[in-house]
Design a protein around this ligand. Structure first.
Ligand SMILES: Nc1ncnc2c1ncn2[C@@H]1O[C@H](COP(=O)(O)OP(=O)(O)OP(=O)(O)O)[C@@H](O)[C@H]1O
Ligand SMILES: [Mg+2]
Length: 372
């Protein structure tokens, strides 16, 4: 599992570390750097999946031009990966010039402090192996962990159509019906029971049942359906074309939690986007319960005070704050619990309230001014 990502000269970051736990919440004002962190993970996923630097960066906002911190030519992204016998530290340094290239790639076994491999640059191509079997195992572990990073960005308008049967949820969740309908029968029933159980708690009225059905003469496509009850005893059957945006986003999150591989990293930007504040607690309960059951680590960003207010005090160590340094303008990441006057701030209001008032950022910039 991923435990840390380190960002050096990456986008708006000079140097920062994000600690990754079973449920990590990343907060911060607009343009503080939250999405830049997630794009660091997406870049590593694309590289581990065999893309070259150009295509991996072109897929991100700003492309090659905005990959390195302004005025720098190289960036380094590193991850700490926890494994059974040892932790591994994988690091990739890329130079962006007239031609972009990898200038350093290292894999270190932390417990015995050994370089498993190091590739200095493409010209010299020095690969140092100390034990072939362990090197291959370690490299496979790193590749699998990075390849399994999944960023979910549900787009309700894409989710309203008939979709082909599929074994992998797409990032925009448009094939949600195809993914559910392609599951073996017992697994499909089990997933749909869980979807129905949680979806019931979403609207004011009642959602009886949510399910996907194969359609078409060849049963090669699928559609998502649900039964709603707004007036006692009157049940209406609707399909995804008329489901609400919030309902579809909610079902997409549930489906990702139920169908992504165990031991993988799920990332959801603006996790509560489109969700009524009164349902923030329900969403957190789902993330925690299903994440734990399926052993999926979840990293979310949010701007929603209602979600922050629903986080139990035990979650404080897993909340990180992105902000822009007062003097340098670069992005910084700080663990919420490391904000020196946090107990005092929390005595003045809930986490949602002090966030709304901008008190966390003020406290961080004051500390920077004092340390200058
Ligand atoms: N290469 C770069 N060098 C310096 N700054 C950069 C670079 N690339 C992006 N930025 C800055 O990063 C900021 C955007 O950060 P990001 O999109 O991560 O914010 P965010 O926290 O996700 O905000 P929001 O909450 O609005 O989604 C912009 O101010 C942009 O100028
Ligand atoms: Mg963002």
């Amino acid at each position: 599992m991923l435990k840390e990502i380190h960002l050096n000269n990456w986008k708006s970051f000079k140097q920062a570390t994000l600690y990754i736990d079973p449920l990590t919440v990343l907060i911060g004002t607009n343009a503080s750097g939250k999405s830049n962190v997630l794009e660091g993970l997406e870049f590593l996923r694309r590289m581990a999946s065999g893309e070259n630097i150009e295509s991996a960066l072109t897929a991100l906002r700003g492309g090659l031009e905005w990959a390195t911190l302004k005025s720098e030519r190289q960036f380094t992204l590193s991850v700490l990966i926890e494994a059974k016998a040892t932790d591994y530290f994988y690091s990739l340094t890329v130079e962006i010039d007239t031609q972009s290239k990898i200038v350093n790639e290292r894999l270190i076994s932390i417990n015995n402090n050994k370089n498993i491999f190091q590739k200095i640059d493409e010209q010299t191509d020095k690969i140092y192996l100390y034990a072939l079997k362990e090197s291959i195992e370690a490299a496979n572990l790193v590749i699998n962990t990075l390849q399994n990073i999944f960023i979910l960005e549900p787009v309700p308008t894409h989710m309203r159509t008939y979709t082909p049967l599929s074994h992998k949820l797409s990032n925009d969740a448009k094939n949600i019906a195809g993914v559910l309908a392609a599951l073996p029968d017992t697994q499909q029933t089990c997933c749909e029971n869980i979807l129905s159980y949680y979806a019931k708690q979403l609207p004011e009225g009642d959602i009886h049942k949510v399910w996907a059905e194969k359609v078409g003469k060849l049963n090669s496509d699928a559609m998502l359906y649900c039964e709603e009850e707004w007036v006692n005893g009157e049940i209406t059957l609707i399909d995804a074309r008329s489901m609400s945006d919030g309902t579809l986003r909610f079902l997409a999150i549930l489906t990702a939690l139920l169908t992504r591989p165990s031991n993988s990293q799920l990332i959801i930007e603006d996790v509560d986007n489109g969700l009524h504040p009164s349902r923030a607690g329900l969403l957190l309960q789902i993330l925690q319960e299903l994440g734990r059951q399926r052993n999926i680590d979840i990293l979310v960003t949010t701007h929603n005070p209602a979600l922050l207010d629903n986080l139990a005090p035990e979650m404080v160590p897993f909340i990180e704050v992105a902000h822009r340094d007062n003097k340098t303008g670069t992005s910084k990441l700080t663990l919420l619990e490391d904000i020196s006057n946090l107990p005092k701030l929390l005595a003045s209001g809930t986490l949602g309230k002090i966030t709304t008032q901008g008190k966390l950022e003020r406290s961080l910039t004051r500390r920077e001014a004092e340390n200058a």
